[in-house]
Design a protein around this ligand. Structure first.
Ligand code: AMP
Ligand code: MG
Length: 368
């Protein structure tokens, strides 16, 4: 299939009209949002939605989010909104917040993966908003990556995964937030975060009071996540990724990288700016092939995390060693993505010791 590519800097109005016409014809088009790029189809057309699953290689039991261009459009998609759902919509729409609500019969099983609830969001990105409005239907859209890979935050990353598989790509530049929307289940008595994202836990708590976090997000494989998508390894670079968490993570990471380098292992490193300075001396020496780092601001980290994870694939390290950040603010979403990318292979560095927090198969040089 030929994939049309529209540069929105040129003739945005025409590009959006052409792309919307393809959606109405039951085709799949990628478009920018404020979180990541989405892979859109008419969310009320089961055949069109099936094409999204095929293009991504997405498991059929993982439901899609319906994107709307005005708050009141959610009324047609649900049998009723709880007071919490209404408060969330009034406060955080348009924006990076998805609400899970009881599903109306017009939403096909392909979209909701057979669940009796549906996830809905109104993005704030002007292109997303204009595009959805032009489509004239709710647009079902997961992130525009091949399932399992990091989500795309620019059109080139979309093209890398989707060229030849979908009808078109709307290039609206880089996404500002860089991690996906927060998914909140509003059908339970206490609203529950099913996926942390652009709207932080603190923001939700200040509006609603108590908010729960789905216990499955801790990575315990015995607990089944309420958002089906959260059970898959995800956001993963090709090389295995291992993470140190805890107050001594930076020191332990540096030691492990030094040991790996001595053994001649091609190592990638994911760390903060301060740790990068310590490691600079190793870069270029046998073993250490790439150091991708972030500054003090977690908003920066969220914005660039997926680009960083994708970059590692270009250096083909045989292993990637990383360190965590604190889970306040956007840190909760960032750590959720990092732990998933690492397949929950996580070490805890504190009190002068390294212990296994979860996972297995750690290389010796990480544990020493
Ligand atoms: P993505 O489309 O890749 O941004 O992922 C959407 C996320 O929302 C996945 O983790 C889905 O499993 C989750 N999700 C979508 N619809 C529902 C629903 N009705 N109930 C619970 N989780 C949902
Ligand atoms: Mg996704």
């Amino acid at each position: 299939m030929e994939t049309k590519f529209w540069d929105l800097k040129k003739d945005p109005h025409r590009a959006i009209e052409e792309a919307a016409a393809l959606i109405r014809a039951g085709e799949v088009v990628a478009f920018p949002t404020e979180t990541v790029y989405g892979l859109g189809a008419d969310g009320l057309n089961g055949t069109a939605v099936a094409k999204v699953f095929a293009a991504k290689g997405r498991p059929a039991d993982n439901p899609l989010i319906l994107h709307v261009s005005a708050k009141e459009q959610i009324r047609n998609l649900t049998t009723g909104l709880s007071a919490n759902a209404q408060a969330l919509i009034d406060t955080f729409w348009p924006g990076p917040l998805t609400v899970v609500v009881p599903k109306a019969p017009c939403v096909p099983d392909e979209t909701s993966a057979g669940l009796d609830t549906v996830a809905v969001r109104m993005p704030s990105h002007p292109v997303a908003n204009a595009f959805i409005a032009a489509c004239g239907c709710p647009v079902a859209a997961p992130s525009a990556n091949i399932s399992g890979k990091p989500s795309p935050t620019n059109a080139a990353d979309v093209a890398e995964d989707m060229t030849g598989k979908i009808a078109g790509i709307l290039d609206g530049g880089s996404c500002g937030i860089g991690v996906e929307s927060t998914v909140v289940d509003t059908t339970s008595p206490v609203p529950t975060i099913l996926r942390p994202g652009g709207i932080t836990r603190e923001m939700l708590e200040s509006l609603l009071g108590a908010v729960e976090i789905d216990p499955a997000l801790s990575g315990n494989p015995a607990v089944r996540p309420k958002a089906p998508g959260m059970k898959y390894r995800h956001y993963a670079p090709k090389a295995p990724l291992y993470i140190y968490e805890g107050p001594e993570s930076a020191m332990r990471l540096v030691q492990a990288v030094e040991r790996a380098a001595r053994q001649g292992i091609r190592t990638g490193v994911l760390c903060d700016d301060r740790t990068e300075k310590e490691l600079q001396a190793l870069l270029g020496r046998t073993g250490c092939v790439a150091i991708l780092s972030w500054g003090a601001d977690k908003a920066d980290l969220a914005e660039t995390l997926y680009t960083q994870l994708r970059k590692f694939d270009r250096f083909s390290p045989s292993v990637i060693l990383g360190m965590g950040v604190s889970e306040t603010g956007l840190g909760l979403a960032v750590m959720n993505r990092m732990r998933k990318a690492a397949g929950f292979n996580i070490l805890l560095a504190r009190d002068g010791q390294v212990t296994i927090r979860s996972g297995s198969g750690f290389p010796d040089y990480m544990l020493g």
